[in-house]
Design a protein around this ligand. Structure first.
Ligand code: MG
Length: 368
């Protein structure tokens, strides 16, 4: 309950219910707040540059147990932290009175009521699943029947920077066996040369839709193959499916969709142009939508990558619990911030180590 205002708890207790609560059941408490996460380095991609990020945090309390969730609103999809917070606040009466053990019909109702606001949906879904699996007394991965030993290594992302800073960041990331390099500007050659001046380890490259011309994309991807790159994420704009299909037929490296891969219904058509999809809880709306996307991708023989936004350990740990289902993980968003309020998933030698405590297994930062 630390850091959540008293007023929001009282508000939760006084809210009127729309769903039918079990007879005599205690009402749930809901706290919603925007947290400012300070970045260790100014973060630059093709899309933006900034020193901090704000995410929306949800604490759902019932029966003396608190489930925590988080979502990083993505401006591209018309979301920002205040609108995400308002969207969750509007669901307060429903969340206060519904039975969280029946989280599937509850989430279905929330998805039906709430237009867009995928980060808000993710924050609620994660909080409910943290609560439900704490209630069952099992870690989230165990609820899904997964082997935590199969969690993959995570890449550590190197944002676009000067060659000097790029070399510095690559040295700082020495503990990670695979790096993810952001490209997509006219400095790509310079960036990759700076990385290769420091390390020969495998690289994964994210162009963030940066190459607008299909011939340029083919040229860059074939050059990156010579540079020891394992795959390329979103080489061309999300809307250029036909061009991406053309590019894919002319390169050997796998092409992974990120900005083009938002929701389960996107997956079948992406199979025509991409080898895999990058799933992020903030884009799709939480753990269950991510799980559905994984199943669809597998049915279509596509690779699965789990990615993230810059977030605290709440959101990153939630995604990490599904990571034994993924081929690739890029779950470093919590490692890029200086004031993470929680501890959850850890990284040892690049490998994701899932907490074996019930639920997400979060602890307060600095706590035992
Ligand atoms: Mg990406």
């Amino acid at each position: 309950m630390r850091n959540f205002s008293r007023r929001s708890w009282i508000g939760a207790l006084g809210a009127g219910g729309l769903a039918t609560p079990s007879r005599g059941a205690a009402r749930a408490g809901l706290a919603v707040e925007i947290r400012r996460l300070k970045l260790r380095h100014t973060w630059t991609t093709v899309m933006s540059s900034s020193d901090y990020r704000e995410t929306v945090h949800v604490a759902f309390t019932r029966d003396g147990m608190t489930g925590r969730g988080e979502g990083a609103p993505i401006p591209r999809y018309g979301e920002d932290p205040p609108s995400a917070r308002s969207a969750i606040e509007a669901l307060r009466p429903l969340l206060a009175s519904a039975d969280p053990r029946r989280f599937q019909p509850l989430l279905a109702m929330i998805f039906q009521r709430l237009e867009g606001q995928w980060a808000a949906k993710a924050a609620i879904d994660i909080a409910l699943m943290d609560w439900a699996t704490q209630k069952l007394g099992v870690p989230l991965y165990q609820y899904f029947g997964l082997d935590p030993g199969q969690a993959p290594v995570t890449t550590f992302s190197i944002g676009i920077d000067t060659p000097e800073m790029t070399r510095h960041k690559v040295r700082e990331a020495e503990a990670f066996p695979v790096l993810k390099i952001k490209v997509g500007l006219d400095t790509d050659e310079q960036t990759v040369a700076a990385v290769r001046a420091v390390t020969r380890k495998p690289l994964r490259v994210d162009a963030n839709e940066g190459w607008k011309d299909k011939h340029e994309a083919v040229r860059k991807i074939n050059w990156l193959e010579q540079e020891g790159v394992e795959f390329v994420e979103q080489p061309m704009p999300a809307g250029m499916l036909e061009e991406t299909r053309w590019v894919r037929s002319r390169v050997r490296l796998p092409i992974i969709a990120d900005e083009a891969s938002l929701h389960p219904e996107d997956v079948p058509r992406l199979a025509e142009a991409y080898d895999g999809i990058n799933i992020k809880l903030d884009k799709c709306g939480g753990i269950w939508e991510a799980f559905r996307m994984i199943q669809l991708a597998r049915a279509l023989r596509m690779k699965v990558m789990l990615g993230c936004m810059i977030s605290s350990s709440v959101s990153i740990t939630a995604a990490a619990h599904l990571s034994p289902l993924a081929d690739y993980a890029d779950l470093d968003g919590n490692l890029l911030i200086a004031n993470d309020p929680y501890r959850g998933v850890e990284v040892r030698g690049g490998k994701l180590i899932l907490p074996d405590r019930p639920g997400l297994g979060l602890l307060p930062a600095g706590g035992a």
